[in-house]
Structure formats: C-alpha cells, structure tokens
Design a protein around this ligand. Structure first.
Ligand code: IMP
Length: 408
C-alpha cells in the first residue's frame, strides 16, 4: 500500500510528527520534492532531531529511506545531517538511498538564491537554501544530477572546483544512488510512505504564485518525484494545523491583525512554538482558513485529514475560523488564482466557543470536550473530508486515531 502525506496549508503543519508516527509501520519512506528548505523537528525517545533532507523514517532501524527524483539535494548538508544522526546513535548506512535522477544544489546557489530575491519585483522571502536556483537550472536543462556525480565519465567532465567539492562524499553517494522506479517495482506490495515537503499553498503550480517554493508539494508530485506512475498512489493524507501559519512573504487572508485580534498572534506563536525550523524566523499566524483547506482537499484528492496542534487552543475563550473571502460585494469560497485578488480580500471570520481545558491526555475522539468535537466536525462539514487523526501534543503518544492510517 502507498500513502502520501502532504501539507495542506503553507508548510509547517506538523508533518514530521505524523510521518514519524506512520513510519513506525512502514517499510519505506520517500521524500519526493524540495530540499534543505524544509525542516522537520521530531521528538523521539526524549531526543530531538531536526531533519532537513533525510526522511524522518530514519529513526526506525528497519525502515529504508529514499530521497526521490523530485528533490534537489545539497550533498554537503545531507552528509552533515547523516553525521549528526550517527552521533545520536542512529545507524543509517545501507538504509539511505538517493535517486540517481535527483538534482544537486551546488555551493554558490544559496547566495544566488538570496541575491535573486532582492532583485525580484516582489521578493518572496526565500529560505536561501539554493532551492529555487537548482529547480531553475533543472528547467533550463543546465542542472547537475546525482548520476553526474557518481558516474565516472560524467564526473571527469566536471570542473575541478566541483570535483573538489564532491570528492569527500562521492564514494558514499555512489553506494546510495539507485534507479528509483526499479526500486519501487521491487518493493511492490510493501507499505510505502511518501513524505511531502512544504504545503499545497507553496506548491509551484497550485500555490499562491509567485509566493511559492519551486518544487512540487502537491500529492501528484509523489508519483513523478517518488518513482511511481499516477495509478501507484493508494491514499492521500493532508496535514493541517488547528490554525494557520505562513513563513516568508505572500498573501495570507486569515492572518491575525493587531487592530482586530489583540495579542492573538504572539499568544499562538508562543504556545505553538511557531518559529521556522530552518531559518528560526517567527512564523506569521492566523485563523484556520477553511477556504484554503477545502481548496487543498479538492485539488489533491485528499482522502483523510490529520489535524495537529489542537491543544494550542486549549485556553482560548472563543475560536475563529475563516469561512469565506469578501471581495467587493461577493463572498469567494475558493482560492482565487490572482495574488492581487487574494491580497485584497477580507476574511469572513466565524467564531465558536473554546473548550478551556487541557487536551494533552485525551486519546479518543469521545474523550474530547463537546466544543473541541464541534470544532472538528465543523471543519469536516466545510471541507467535505474526514479528520482521521488529531494531534494534541508534540509527543507521539499525544495522538487521537479515528481511522487507522494504513487502511484503505
Ligand atoms: P524557498 O523554497 O526557500 O525558495 O522559499 C520560498 C517560499 O517558501 C518562502 O516564503 C519560504 O519561507 C517558504 N518555504 C520554503 N520551505 C518551507 C517550509 O518547509 N516550510 C514553510 N515555508 C517554507
């Protein structure tokens, strides 16, 4: 069975915890897009791991992890991460595989990335990890791939400076390089988890363009970037937070505003620890945007949702949700393509009573207070998609399962 997990908002939905949870029962975990711009924080057995490139399944000793065709890989960062894992006692050799068709991020791309952003008509606030430059080179058919580094003939043609850069990693990278489609065929019938990076609204095609990343965060990317054909995906799970956040620039209709929402932004940011895992930047925070969430569900064939950080609202007297975008005298119920339109809409905020008690120790839906159940049910009704899993704390155990994730 193949399950795809994607972010259904602007990234940082808490995918790391859920992927870690699903990975405990998976055979293989595949990252299918993005690069070191992503960041997962996982708390496992009391130790905190910050991963950028390596799929979170690495923490399970019998799981194979794969970096897919759709990724752009900073080789030095990858080996830095692996070394750190080794220091924390994680055995990775023989378990980490890299698609030989994945592109690599070269030194210098980061600087170019940041410089490009200052020259853009409207800077997007890139993480500066060279991701956009690597994808641009890929599209311009001027990129460098893993096969060019591990293949002797291609390697010899690289400039001396690039060979010097790759030399310390080349032997190990050669052992890790695979043909991903062949690998997938050999693993048919196993439990394979495809781990998305960023979120639907940062997807190059479906997101709030141009304020997006340059990879594919959408579920469809799991097929192409993960070595499958389009019929190879059995199930799609979308992860969203009980509220919304966004890092970097770009439209965010339900963002908290000081004049309207008092100190809510600071409050949620502190309670939810909303600081970027990659850059440490404070995340922008806002109400849960149901218009955007429904758009994500519809455009990605999401079968089930995973709601995270419900406990962050534990002490809220009232909880707001965005149920429409006011635009002139219309109320939009879907995300418009034009970024100018999206920037000028006014959110329709509806309020519900909060539950004002801690949820961290609840392990079933029935144990949740009525106000929390109502919040979940209202979301399901609006987006017409069931909420299968609810996370009420950062620890693995702080999770409510309504539908077993590895069932169809
Ligand atoms: P880039 O992918 O580094 O070029 O960044 C493009 C935009 O996507 C910026 O607004 C970033 O803040 C955002 N972004 C990239 N990766 C992530 C992520 O993993 N989580 C949240 N935002 C991200």
């Amino acid at each position: 069975m193949t399950t795809v997990v994607i972010g259904a908002q602007w990234g940082d939905e808490g995918k790391g915890k859920i992927v870690d949870f699903l990975a405990s029962q998976a055979d293989d975990i595949v990252r299918f897009s993005g690069g070191a711009n992503a960041g997962h924080t996982i708390v496992h057995g009391g130790t905190t791991y910050k991963l950028h490139l390596v799929p979170s399944g690495i923490l399970y000793p019998d799981t194979q992890v794969l970096l897919g065709v759709g990724m752009v890989i900073d080789v030095a960062s990858l080996f830095g991460e692996l070394e750190e894992l080794e220091q924390k006692g994680v055995r990775w050799r023989g378990r980490v595989h890299v698609s030989d068709r994945a592109h690599v991020v070269l030194p210098g791309y980061s600087e170019e990335d940041r410089e490009l952003d200052t020259k853009r008509r409207r800077p997007i606030g890139t993480t500066g990890r060279g991701i956009g430059v690597a994808y641009a080179r890929k599209a311009a058919r001027d990129g460098l791939r893993v096969c060019d580094v591990v293949d002797d003939l291609a390697y010899r043609e690289l400039p001396e400076s690039e060979r010097r850069y790759f030399e310390p990693y080349r032997d190990e990278l050669s052992r890790m390089a695979i043909d991903l489609s062949e690998y997938m065929i050999a693993r048919r019938g196993r439990r394979i988890l495809f781990e998305g990076a960023q979120g639907v609204l940062l997807d190059l095609d479906l997101g709030t363009y141009p304020f997006v990343s340059s990879g594919t965060s959408a579920a469809a990317g799991a097929a192409l970037g993960g070595g499958l054909g389009p019929r190879g995906i059995d199930r799609v799970l979308g992860v969203f937070k009980a509220y919304s956040t966004r890092v970097g620039n770009g439209p965010f209709p339900s963002e908290f505003r000081a004049d309207r929402d008092g100190g809510l932004e600071e409050h949620i940011r502190e309670r939810g620890a909303e600081y970027g895992a990659t850059t440490g930047r404070p995340r922008r925070c806002g109400y849960l945007d149901l218009v955007a969430l429904r758009y994500a569900c519809r455009s990605n064939s999401i079968d089930g949702l995973v709601m995270t950080k419900l406990d962050v609202y534990d002490d809220a007297g009232r909880i707001g949700v965005c149920t429409g975008y006011r635009y002139g005298n219309q109320t939009l119920k879907t995300v418009p393509a034009g970024v100018r339109t999206l920037e000028s809409v006014e959110p329709v905020i509806e309020e519900m009573p909060g539950w004002q008690e801690p949820l961290g120790d609840r392990r079933s839906f029935d144990e949740l207070p009525a106000a929390a159940r109502n919040y979940v049910q209202m979301i399901e009704d609006y987006v017409e998609t069931p909420v299968d899993i609810i996370s009420v704390g950062s620890d693995r155990s702080e999770t409510i399962i309504r539908k077993e994730p590895w069932t169809q």
